[in-house]
Design a protein around this ligand. Structure first.
Ligand code: FE2
Ligand code: ZN
Length: 511
């Protein structure tokens, strides 16, 4: 019944729906939608492959012709979904290439024992990236066409991985080649570089940045069980090799613990002095997290404190946060940690449209108390120029109202952000992503405040309301952190890390 209602749309209506699409692109759209055009017999591709390349294994599920009687859907998004259903592939000694009418996936042969994860590329991106002499002037290096000249769905007639590792793609009906075929050859080293940059799926976490381990609970607990991410105070301060190992774990995981820190005030600054000077903020050089009445910050209550990042309204946002536990003998009060960058990658993998919203729509953070007026706006997910996710900005307790939404766009942005943020929150808070640790007196946790979300379970207060849970904290700013990283990475394995002055930096102590 439902199927009987699906009808091919007359050309005039298709054109009306896509007024900006050129006639040649419309022809391609028709093809994608399963309607044959005179220019290209839709069953030709598979036959050609079978005939021309008998040595190669050619598999295909169905060609565009076989979708002929199916629906012409209602939007570009739906069309994209429908296009994904057609699939063809070519297998060679170099590996397997599989494509539909939107994306192409490479399964390169592994050299040695290390498996090569699949790499998925947009066909539109791939056609736009063609490095041939017709597309890029060999002398000037300039592109000879505009991306806007391309059809929405460039058609692959054939693609294969060469034995040498190059990717060859032959385009059919190429608008830039007068409707004929066009050949693109991507060098092996270029394909390998794409692979290194590719970061779409959780199983590629390890490859996106060798410096980062995007842990979930099980992975982090395994690291702890291995003796990683933990160092004694004595070693942190006096043993350069142990310090270097712990600092390296901090760079990779964003979360380490220094144990057996002396139970004296200001020791957190001694721990921080290994990086350099702390960052002064509205809370001072160091600050105490204790519950107190009429607290100016939700951290100073005994309530549950959901996962968040600190000082999103501040410039610069602190890179590291250190929390030294002086006492924690209350019921509850466990510390919670979740990797924000991992949550963002999981979101990207499961809901690309929500991920896109969080990388583009800004939310607003502010602090307006005690004579302070801070306001900043950030997208929730921060990426670098290669689309690697680097940091997150998540702090519901310090969020400010979105800009007044008196137009449709503002309303739509707010709605899109809300739905996407709910998904991000659910992923970050899921038990499999949350590490829960009750700090003991003498523990000092150090975490990357730009990448790791932290929170706290509710705890029971003592009669006096104070003393049952007391953490002393400080921040390290990004400049000091980067300088410390540079010093660390300049060291040869046999070399010594130059010790920061063991005397505490004290430029106007506010205590
Ligand atoms: Fe916090
Ligand atoms: Zn080209």
């Amino acid at each position: 019944m439902e199927r009987a209602l699906r009808v091919a749309r007359p050309a005039g209506r298709m054109a009306a729906r896509h007024p900006t699409v050129s006639p040649s692109s419309l022809g391609l759209l028709w093809q994608r939608c399963g309607i044959q055009t005179a220019s290209r017999p839709a069953h030709g591709v598979a036959n050609q492959l079978t005939l021309d390349r008998p040595r190669k294994s050619v598999r295909y599920n169905h060609t565009a012709a076989e979708t002929g009687n199916e629906t012409v859907s209602q939007s570009f998004g739906e069309e994209t979904q429908q296009h994904r259903s057609t699939k063809q592939s070519v297998e060679t000694k170099g590996g397997l290439v599989e494509w539909n009418t939107v994306m192409l996936t490479l399964f390169r042969r592994a050299a040695g024992h290390s498996p090569v994860p699949p790499l998925t590329l947009s066909l539109l991106w791939l056609r736009d990236t063609c490095p041939c002499v017709h597309c890029v002037d060999p002398d000037s290096g300039q592109k000879s066409f505009s991306t806007t000249d391309l059809p929405d769905y460039p058609v692959v007639e054939h693609a294969e991985l060469m034995d040498s590792g190059e990717l060859k793609v032959i385009w059919a009906n190429d608008a830039l080649s007068g409707g004929g075929v066009h050949s693109s050859l991507f060098r092996a080293e270029v394909v390998r570089r794409w692979q290194e940059q590719d970061t779409q799926a959780p199983y590629k976490f390890a490859s996106q940045d060798p410096k980062m381990i995007l842990w979930g609970r099980a992975e982090y607990e395994a690291l702890l069980a291995d003796g990683r991410c933990r160092v004694s105070y004595q070693d942190w301060i006096h043993n350069d090799e142990a310090f270097r190992a712990a600092f390296s774990d901090l760079r990779k995981t964003g979360l380490i613990f220094v144990t057996d820190v002396p139970q004296e005030k200001e020791q957190v600054r001694r721990v921080a002095s290994r990086f350099g000077s702390p960052q002064y903020t509205i809370y001072g050089w160091t600050w105490d997290v204790k519950s107190k009445p009429r607290a100016e910050n939700v951290a100073y209550t005994s309530q549950f404190l959901g996962l968040h990042q600190d000082l999103m309204y501040n410039h610069p946002i602190p890179e590291l946060q250190l929390l030294h536990c002086h006492s924690n003998d209350c019921e509850g009060g466990e510390s919670l940690f979740s990797h924000g960058v991992r949550a963002a990658y999981e979101l990207k993998h499961a809901h690309p449209e929500h991920y896109y919203a969080l990388t583009h729509i800004k939310s607003f953070f502010g602090y307006h108390k005690r004579g302070n007026n801070f306001s900043r706006a950030h997208p929730t997910v921060i990426t670098d120029r290669n689309n690697n996710i680097r940091e997150t900005r998540w702090s519901p307790p310090f969020q400010e109202p979105f800009p007044l939404t008196s137009d449709d766009q503002g309303d739509e942005d707010l709605r899109r952000w809300k739905v996407a943020a709910a998904q991000f929150k659910a992923i970050a808070e899921s038990p499999s992503n949350t590490v829960e640790i009750k700090l003991k007196p003498g523990d000092c946790v150090i975490f990357n405040n730009r990448q790791i979300l932290h929170g706290r379970r509710q705890f029971s207060q003592s009669q006096t309301g104070e003393g049952s849970r007391w953490l002393e904290g400080t921040y390290i700013g990004p400049d000091v952190y980067r300088r410390a990283v540079r010093k660390l990475t300049k060291q040869t394995p046999a070399g010594k890390v130059p010790r920061h002055s063991s005397s505490l930096h004290d430029p106007g102590n506010s205590q």
